[in-house]
Design a protein around this ligand. Sequence first.
Ligand code: HEM
Length: 162
Amino acid sequence: MLTMQEIRTHYYFTETDAELLKELFPLAQENSQAMVEDFYSYLLKIPETAAFLRDPKDLARLKKTHSEWFLSLFSGRYDNEYMLTLQAIGQAHVRIKVSAHYVNAAMNVVRRFLIEMLQASFPDIAVRRKYRIAVEKILDINLDIMSTSYQEEELRKVFVSH
Ligand code: HEM
């Protein structure tokens, strides 16, 4: 199993990236409501994902959960504890049987949202570029760790069926 430090190295994720992401925290906080609205309007349009979001009570709780995850992208702390949290998030989706395809597609929604947020906030291309590179790295790292839970589940199924 990889450590968070190894994962960071493989993505060229530096302490500078961590600091850049932390600088974006206030902007992310201002935009978190809009991000969650985007995210849910997307998930509610697709019958396969909407099926997980039928109960209005659950919906309010889940919006909070997804919004907290969004803000955690900008915490500035990306250590083994962070990795374990992401593994648990991946496992939660495997457990309830959300297809990996929708997790990937939902991450694309978040990515587009963030690219547009940066576009609107940083007119200077050089400044925007460094934030964007840091954002792309942390989103890819998130997806990588969450995807591992799906791969492990596939391996487990193969193992159990033999
Ligand atoms: C739970 C993040 C995609 C539906 C969660 C949790 C987080 C999270 C942080 C809490 C996990 C826990 O309790 O440990 C994400 C991220 C996604 C994503 C980062 C992709 C960018 C999706 C998609 C769906 C979905 C595509 C489909 C509707 C749910 C549901 C739960 C949940 C129903 C509650 C699981 C439970 O009750 O245990 N998600 N999610 N998520 N997510 Fe997502």
